[in-house]
Design a protein around this ligand. Structure first.
Ligand SMILES: Cc1cc2nc3c(=O)[nH]c(=O)nc-3n(C[C@H](O)[C@H](O)[C@H](O)COP(=O)(O)O)c2cc1C
Length: 189
């Protein structure tokens, strides 16, 4: 079982969430690697995909949408989970219904779930335009990422994948058993 954690991240905080998800999958015995969405030519060697993006102005990064366009038909043949990272502050957490494009992507890919995680804002890392936007909406600086929630979500994915793989294991060695495993192969490229 080899899982791709594909991510679109502008300032790095969503990429760190993706790395934490891949790490947790590895710890749970599911091999995984992290790649930027534009660095995935095909999905041939993967058995499942976790796809995530930062949210900007109510939308996923366009590179994440492009990933879906390129790989949709293949994604329909494998388990897919989605996550978004964005809300900052304690009173600024939109519901999943506030991300209509992500709901559409979930339908297009038959995703098994979509999880919204709180994000991180450091205005010193932003460009001028971004700073103006966060000032206008009074978005607070800070790291609001909930690592326990992120690990718990990844644990649920690992459990689902391992449950789905059980019949193959009972019937003998599956091709997955030939793949390398272990934390060391978690990778962001
Ligand atoms: C210009 C700008 C617009 C943003 N728009 C949204 C938004 O519409 N919804 C949201 O939940 N978060 C929004 N955010 C917060 C980001 O999604 C959050 O900072 C996220 O953690 C950034 O991820 P990244 O570091 O991977 O780029 C915005 C941040 C900036 C700077």
């Amino acid at each position: 079982m080899y899982v791709l954690v594909a991510v679109a991240s502008r300032h790095g905080s969503t990429r760190e969430i993706a790395i934490a998800i891949a790490h947790e999958l590895q710890v749970s015995g599911v091999d995984a690697e992290v790649r930027h969405v534009e660095d995935v030519p095909d999905l041939d060697r993967y058995d499942a995909v976790v796809l995530g993006s930062a949210i900007y102005m109510g939308n996923w990064e366009s590179a994440a949408n492009g990933f879906v366009q390129r790989h949709q038909s293949r994604m329909l043949t494998m388990p897919v989970w989605l996550f978004s990272s964005g809300p900052v502050g304690n009173d600024n957490r939109p519901g999943q219904g506030d991300l209509p494009k992500v709901v559409e992507i979930a339908q297009l890919t038959h995703a098994r779930g979509h999880q919204l995680f709180a994000g991180k804002l450091d205005r010193h890392a932003l460009n001028l335009g971004e700073r103006l936007v966060v000032k206008l909406v009074h978005a607070p600086d800070g790291d609001f990422r909930d690592w326990s929630a992120i690990r718990a979500w990844a644990d649920g994915i690992a459990a689902a994948l391992k449950a789905a793989a059980l019949p193959a294991v009972a019937g003998g060695l599956s091709s997955d058993s030939a793949r390398p495993s272990g934390y060391g192969s978690a990778y962001f490229g």
